[in-house]
Design a protein around this ligand. Sequence first.
Ligand code: IPE
Ligand code: IPE
Ligand code: MG
Length: 233
Amino acid sequence: MTNALEHIAIIMDGNGRWALKRGLPRTAGHQKGGETLITICKAARRMGIKYMTVYAFSTENWKRPPAEVSFLMKLFEVYLDKYTKQLVEDGIRVIFIGNRDMLDSSLVQKMNELEQKTSMNNETTLQVCLNYGSRDEIIHAVQKAATLIKNGDILPQNIDEKTFSDMLYTKGIPDPDILIRTSGEKRLSNFLLWQLAYTEFFFTDTLWPDFTPEELAQIIETYQTRERRYGKV
Ligand code: IPE
Ligand code: IPE
Ligand code: MG
């Protein structure tokens, strides 16, 4: 028996420290981190991973210095321009979750375009969390549920785990089997609080820009040795 593995979630952390260690501005770390994401995404596809969810920008990240925030927002656009074609050809479907209202319209347009252009791809789905916060997501779902009840569309007692899950941004995506956080931090930082209820956690000191497909393969190997209460196939 092996442990089921179809979804890996990653908190890509440590870009700033990677840059500082090299005497570079933090932004250089974000740039390198973006390249790492593309490499890992391709590796995941080769390994047959169906879903990958990555934390790109949290609802808390707006509190960073304005210059860093605007650099990141621009960088997302640069990456979307640079990699759309490749992602389409690589068979990777990209979807974005999080609150888009606060994002620049030019960025939102590119996100919509990439989602639409890759919508027919079915090898690996890359779910990018951008301006995502798990509490925001849960509140949003509660508001949805309350509206349905108010309109008489559902009875309170008929809201169960499945119907509630379907009100989250991650509707239709299975819960992650593995969570990886790089850079040595051991917290969730408002990431997928509902969805990670039974996920196996892996923390590595490697800074995200240094993370490699080899380390991913090692984590998967270790995951296969863990005794999971649920999720065997
Ligand atoms: C993660 O790297 C990337 C984002 C949050 C956008 P950090 O920027 O958090 O890097 P450290 O944690 O400061 O090293
Ligand atoms: C979490 O990393 C968010 C992303 C990786 C996008 P942070 O580096 O922002 O988290 P905290 O602030 O250390 O908790
Ligand atoms: Mg960090």
